[in-house]
Design a protein. Structure first.
Length: 420
């Protein structure tokens, strides 16, 4: 007779000594409600996906209506109206030049599609030697093998290094690490490069690292001059997280390929999309079947996900989400001025609806620093969900959070950090 003990293997978790998971039974607005009746403020947007708040009536209704019409149909040879309309909306809202939309299921696979798209683009043009990708130092693009290859956070990727393809790294001017400049890479490997991939403006999993707008413009100009596609991974930064709808607007720049996911459906359902220019799309058109992009998955263009995503985009307009993000950016900056002088704080920063602070480490100073689990527990006992990246503590709430709740979180941060 099997016991009732959980059989679930949880993500990013050492199951040997993990505490029992918090059982959430419902959620509304910025609050999660647990099985024992506790209310927890969702300070990380449920892993960076929820922007409109939980159980938004408009999103609930859009999902309910679509379930009564069509849930899923094969997307090869068939189509559905929500997927067609969402592609039009994405093309309209993303940077100029992105004209075609390829659907997938999450951020990692949106990046996989982008890498395959860029690589095959050159092969279809007769340049099979373009087999090198360039990415940022400390990059994170997901946990599938292609996305891990262009990633650069050892704690996530080092175990699989022997299975990954080689990548050249661009160093941050303030975090040089083991990388170099794009200019230097282009001097030696220009004719081997299939694409350059970046997380524009803000690298999330690396520790909320920010890049200057001038760097964004420089990378775009150098890739344009070299005739090399630029991939913008906006899985985390897209849909208002850094202020504008997309982080590329900080340049402003227009990439050749863009990846989106996470907040695409407002945090409701898995959905990814990879957008590209007409020039890249045209390279796949041929009488030869092998020139096609032979990639897909069973739920490509899922009608339920696309319907909710359409309603999510409408909410940005009708409920003025980007105005809310601008308000949060001002409020975060104001409160961080109180946090910055504390003895345990090494640095603070904020952009859009993200505030972060680097604290003095207790052990490794990396992702496994013991300070992270300690802080997680301290805030959870105060009814706040914050999930530090090692000794980097960040606050990333849904955009609909009220000022009073923002102050409550910063008051708790100040109280906890003062005691470190």
């Amino acid at each position: 007779m099997k016991t009732t003990r959980s059989r679930v293997w949880r993500p990013y978790t050492q199951m040997q000594n993990a505490p029992p998971p918090v059982h959430v039974t419902r959620a509304e607005g910025v609050y999660l409600e647990t099985a024992n009746g506790q209310r927890i403020l969702d300070g990380i947007s449920s892993w960076w996906v929820n922007v409109h708040g939980h159980s938004h009536p408009r999103l609930n209704n859009a999902l309910m209506i679509q379930t009564q019409l069509l849930a899923q149909v094969v997307f090869a040879g068939f189509t559905n109206e929500p997927a067609e309309q969402l592609a039009l909306e994405l093309v309209k809202r993303t940077p100029n030049g992105l004209e075609r939309v390829f659907y997938s299921d999450d951020g990692s696979t949106a990046v996989e599609v982008a890498l395959k798209m860029a690589y095959q683009y050159w092969r279809n043009r007769g340049e099979a030697g373009r087999d090198l990708f360039v990415s940022l130092n400390n990059a994170y693009h997901g946990d599938t093998f292609g996305s891990m290859s262009v990633g650069g956070v050892d704690v996530f990727h080092s175990t699989f290094r022997r299975l990954l393809f080689p990548v050249r790294r661009i160093a941050h001017p303030d975090h040089p690490g083991t990388g170099t400049t794009l200019e230097t890479i282009l001097e030696t490997d220009r004719h081997r490069i299939a694409a350059v991939i970046i997380e524009p403006t803000l690298q999330g999993a690396a520790g909320m690292i920010m890049w200057p707008d001038s760097f964004l413009r420089s990378v775009r100009q150098q890739t344009m001059d070299a005739g090399i596609p630029l991939i913008a991974d906006e899985v985390f930064t897209g849909f208002g997280r850094t202020g504008p709808m997309f982080a590329c607007e900080h340049g402003p720049i227009s990439p050749d390929i863009m990846c989106v996911s996470k907040a695409l459906t407002g945090g409701y359902l898995p959905l990814g999309a990879t957008l590209c220019t007409e020039e890249i799309y045209q390279a796949f058109l041929s009488d030869e079947p092998g020139y096609a992009l032979l990639h897909g998955h069973s739920f490509t263009g899922n009608a339920l996900s696309c319907s909710v995503a359409l309603e999510s985009l409408a909410l940005f307009d009708e409920e003025h989400r980007l105005d809310q993000v601008a308000r949060l950016e001002r409020l975060f900056a104001e409160r961080l001025t109180e946090i910055a002088p504390l003895p345990a704080v090494r640095a603070v920063r904020n952009i859009g609806a993200m505030a972060a602070m680097d604290l003095k480490p207790r052990s490794t100073g990396g992702y496994f620093d013991t300070l992270g689990p300690f802080l997680y527990d301290q805030f959870l006992t105060r009814g706040i969900l914050l999930r530090p990246l090692g000794n980097t503590l960040y606050f990333l709430p849904p955009y609909v959070i009220e000022d009073t709740d923002v102050h409550r979180v910063f008051d708790a941060i100040k109280e906890v950090v003062e005691k470190l």
